[in-house]
Write a protein that binds this ligand. Structure first.
Ligand SMILES: [Zn+2]
Length: 317
């Protein structure tokens, strides 16, 4: 049976965005509860360490990160962006949550390189894929997947990394960070037009960016077809040594922030398709990061389906 390691930390629960904000601690609570309720997969939950500034610096300059940390209030919330985008907040406990979220990725990288497990899921918040080199936005401060990709390349001499993003929003941050870097493939399927507004098919980087914009109302069957032909087939051709996932679950039909109609079980199917590629090119190595997903019922079910998909083998459920 394929073992799955989960990295998480209670500090990620202490990131507060105020009342009525969709990116709330209950998201992570239901994810952890769902994971603890799975008893037919070999799952080990481990504590995410704090990343160091050295881990983050290859993606976000130290001065930028220092500026963010300097804005952390002693009470209440501070918005890092101006209206009309003032929905990305710092609270007094933000620093450790941010550093645990990307520290999870660093620990996950060690885990797969050392061979402790081939599949790791980072159950963390704040999410990361909207964080650009020097711009926090979209509830994101540090790009957790990007930091992990750079760490794998710098520390472990991994040459080719694929980052696959199935969050319903385009990962403008990840695209920006790797836009002219052909050692990293970024492939994303996302509702378009929608926040953050990027992600059209003409944004191709240096031939390493594959965007699959989809219309509001797209159902699971069409989603899976487009995901395969416009994203996964290109990942397959790229032959990455490891796959990182920006795993958002807000393309679910219940999600309040978007209009795509996936069912929970579609997350099993799309994950299996990714696993097939990882088995072919990456010795099965996948590190998945929780990004969005704002309906608590859908999120718990979809993460469960995702883990069954990552589990890979013949387990029926
Ligand atoms: Zn999202």
């Amino acid at each position: 049976m394929e073992k799955i390691i989960i990295y998480s930390h209670a500090d990620c629960l202490h990131k507060d965005n105020g009342p009525n904000h969709p990116e709330r601690k209950e998201r992570l609570e239901v994810v952890i509860n769902a994971i603890q309720g799975i008893n037919d997969i070999d799952i080990e939950i481990k504590s995410a360490p704090l990343a160091t500034l050295d881990h983050v610096a290859p993606v976000h300059p130290e001065a930028h990160l220092s500026d963010i940390f300097a804005m952390i209030p002693t009470s209440g919330l501070t918005s890092v962006e101006q209206e009309p985008y003032a929905d990305t907040f710092l609270c007094p406990n933000s620093k450790d949550a941010i550093l645990r979220a990307c520290g999870a990725g660093i620990a996950a990288a060690e885990c797969v390189i050392q061979g402790d497990a081939r599949r790791v899921f980072c159950a963390v918040r704040p999410p990361g894929h909207h964080a650009e080199t020097t711009r926090a936005n979209g509830f994101c401060f540090v790009n957790n997947a990007a930091v992990t990709a750079r760490y794998l390349q710098d520390k472990h001499k991994i040459k080719k990394v694929a980052i696959i993003d199935f969050d319903v929003h385009h990962g403008n941050g990840t695209q920006e960070i790797f836009y002219s870097d052909n050692s990293v493939l970024y492939g994303s399927i996302h509702e378009y037009p929608l926040f953050p507004g990027t992600g059209s098919e003409v944004e191709v980087g240096v031939g390493n960016i594959f965007n699959a914009p989809i219309s509001a109302g797209t159902n699971g069957q069409d989603f899976l077809k487009i995901f395969k032909s416009k994203v996964l087939d290109n990942v397959d051709k790229f032959q990455p040594e490891i796959i990182l996932l920006s795993a958002g679950f807000d393309a679910h039909k219940r999600d309040p922030l978007a209009n795509i109609n996936l069912e929970s079980k579609d997350y099993y199917s799309l994950t299996k398709d990714i696993v097939d590629i990882a088995n072919r090119h990456c010795q099965g190595r996948i590190i998945s990061f929780l990004e969005g997903g704002y309906d608590l019922v859908a999120l718990a079910q979809s993460v469960t389906e995702h883990l069954y998909g990552l589990q890979d083998d013949q387990l029926k459920h």
